[in-house]
Design a protein around this ligand. Structure first.
Ligand code: CU1
Length: 207
């Protein structure tokens, strides 16, 4: 499955490269051709001519194609033409960037609109734009410093509904044997002992 995807993407890349490299042939004047009836002034608008593209001039026997410089273009003068053709089907390959000028060799035709000026751009990029650089992994985040464990909370003092005397407070804190819990049992035994001693003493006095 991965191999198929790899092969398919390879074909897609090659196809894109072929499309990018493909030169375009522009038929001058489109359907009207290289003719006095064509609107050759606005024909180049919204077109992007590149080095490697071609212009195809299709015309009747009454016309000719002459590539001239700017001066020849302005004056409809083909005497110093760079290129001259009258075979009715002239293909001109655009080999260098810059302004290019073409006129018909018949002066009245040139003055009547059979003249063409185009701007040729550099060759299209054959290779796709470079992929952006690989993103760096984010810097390693430092682990936060270990938080000290909170101090052990002292158990809150036992609450009592009744106000306590200072003595009872001591008892509750376990400082005296008569405090809370098991200590309280000792207090009870102490009372019983005292009570027993009193009864014993009373019995001894009675006899
Ligand atoms: Cu002409």
């Amino acid at each position: 499955m991965a191999c198929r995807l790899l092969v398919l993407s390879g074909f897609a890349i090659v196809g894109l490269l072929v499309l990018a490299c493909e030169a375009t042939t522009y038929t001058v004047g489109d359907l009207a051709g290289w003719d006095t009836s064509a609107d050759l002034y606005s024909w180049p608008e919204n077109k992007h001519f590149h080095v490697g593209d071609s212009l195809l001039f299709q015309y009747s026997q009454y016309h000719s194609v002459n590539q001239v410089d700017e001066n020849g273009y302005r004056n409809c003068n083909a005497s110093n033409a760079i290129l001259r053709s009258s075979n009715g089907n002239t293909s001109v390959r655009l080999t260098t960037p810059g302004e290019k000028y073409f006129i018909c060799g018949v002066l009245s035709h040139c003055l009547g609109g059979m003249n063409l000026q185009i701007n040729v751009l550099q060759k299209k990029n054959a290779a796709p734009p470079p992929s952006p650089p690989a993103r760096l992994s984010p810097p390693a985040r430092l682990s936060p410093p270990a938080r000290p464990s909170p101090p052990a909370r002292l158990s809150p003092p036992a609450t009592s509904s009744q106000p306590q005397s200072p003595g009872l407070a001591y008892l509750d804190q376990g400082l005296l044997p008569f405090g809370n819990g098991s200590v309280r049992g000792l207090k009870m035994w102490h009372l019983i002992l005292v009570f027993g001693c009193c009864i014993g003493g009373f019995v001894l006095v009675s006899f």
